[in-house]
Design a protein around this ligand. Structure first.
Ligand code: TXA
Ligand code: MG
Length: 330
């Protein structure tokens, strides 16, 4: 694996050219997006796409997000580009929003796990955009971590998880959004949120009108994997225990049990707790999202066997954070 440091705002042309050549040749390049680091491969090269699944240890029934340089390139890959797609792309691209639309035949079935629809987004990170332009092909990229592990928000997280399973890592520093993009399905009678993120339901509805109810925030992978497979998605090694005001004392008793067994315990909370490894988290959802995975990685690295996490507020703009916390705690 080659680690190439790049300036996050003005990535060096030589590093981008080297990474783009690896993509063109069917190799794997991990690169920063504004959300999390992606594990990229040429999206129209079936063999390269297979390598993503192998490197992640990810079952092939989990579809991948395809990254493109602009909305025009997205529209070329799908059989219809409805007004809602146009409106959302104009408002939120480049940015942390993924649109699901019916795919053209040129897109390999391996990308969509055999589904008729594909997921597309234009990332807002200068390094990702430079790579997309230089490679001049769509790039399939799930988060650059082994299946079920925590998503990476730094190049060091990628190296820790994937090591030599990836050919090149473009190190553009820490990502700014911190959790994965909001995924919206535009294939049904009404747009529907398949995965919440920092772009909230209200922001989407302000552009395209009412969305379908997202009964349960789900992975949105259909056909659904066996229960328990995707559940522990976004999970640290440590056991995560969610608590609120009512269950705080009980959570602290559990922490005491683990500590007396000789293992460290960490916590993410909005206020102080009588524990050694406490991270005080921001009270705004974007600030919280930016730090969430980085803090969980750090607590894993500190050897924590248990992490207490204070539940996030119930309001809609916290949906993305709440979804990741719920998953991590299963
Ligand atoms: O922020 C992000 O979206 C990051 C960065 C790297 O761009 N990428 C990411 O990719 O999270 P991935 O492959 O881990 O996300 C896959 C998710 C699925 O769980 C599902 O929610 C949705 O994207 N998805 C992908 N293809 C789909 C499809 N054909 N139909 C429905 N949902 C799909
Ligand atoms: Mg992922």
């Amino acid at each position: 694996m080659r680690m190439l440091r790049v300036d996050p705002e003005h990535p060096e042309a030589a590093a981008i050219a080297e990474a783009a050549a690896v993509i063109r040749a069917g190799g794997l390049v991990a690169f920063p997006t504004e959300t999390v680091y992606g594990l990229g491969a040429h999206a129209l090269d079936e063999r390269a796409v297979q390598r993503i699944y192998e490197a992640k240890g990810r079952p092939s029934y989990n579809p991948l997000i395809v990254h493109v340089a602009d909305a025009a390139q997205a529209a070329e890959l799908v059989t219809s580009w409805p007004p809602a797609a146009d409106a959302l792309a104009r408002r939120f691209w480049p940015g942390p929003l993924t649109l699901v639309l019916p795919k053209r035949a040129v897109v390999p079935d391996a990308i969509t796990a055999g589904l008729p629809a594909m997921a597309l987004r234009v990332p807002a990170h200068p390094v990702a955009l430079a790579l997309l332009r230089e490679a001049a092909c769509p790039i399939a990229a799930p988060s650059a971590n082994r299946f079920t592990e925590l998503s990476p928000t730094t190049a060091q997280h990628v190296a820790k998880s994937l090591g030599d399973r990836v050919d090149v890592i473009l190190d553009g520093g820490a990502t700014s959004v911190g959790i994965e993009s909001t995924v919206v399905d535009l294939g049904g009678p009404r747009p529907r949120v398949l995965r919440p993120g920092v772009i909230s339901r209200a922001e989407l509805e302000a552009v395209i009108g009412p969305l379908a109810d997202d009964a349960q925030p789900t992975e949105g992978d259909a056909p659904r994997p066996a229960p328990g497979m995707v559940d522990r998605h976004y999970a640290p090694r440590a056991r995560v225990l969610l608590f609120d005001a009512g269950s705080r004392d009980e959570a602290l008793r559990e922490a005491t049990r683990v500590i007396s067994g000789g293992q460290p315990v960490g916590a993410l909370a909005f206020g102080s707790l009588p524990l050694e490894h406490v991270r005080i988290m921001p009270r705004d959802p974007r600030g919280y999202a930016r730090r969430l995975y980085a803090e969980l990685h750090a607590l894993d690295d500190a050897g924590c066997a248990l992490v207490l996490v204070e539940r996030a507020p119930e309001s809609a703009e916290w949906a993305g954070v709440r979804d990741r916390l719920e998953r991590a705690s299963r």
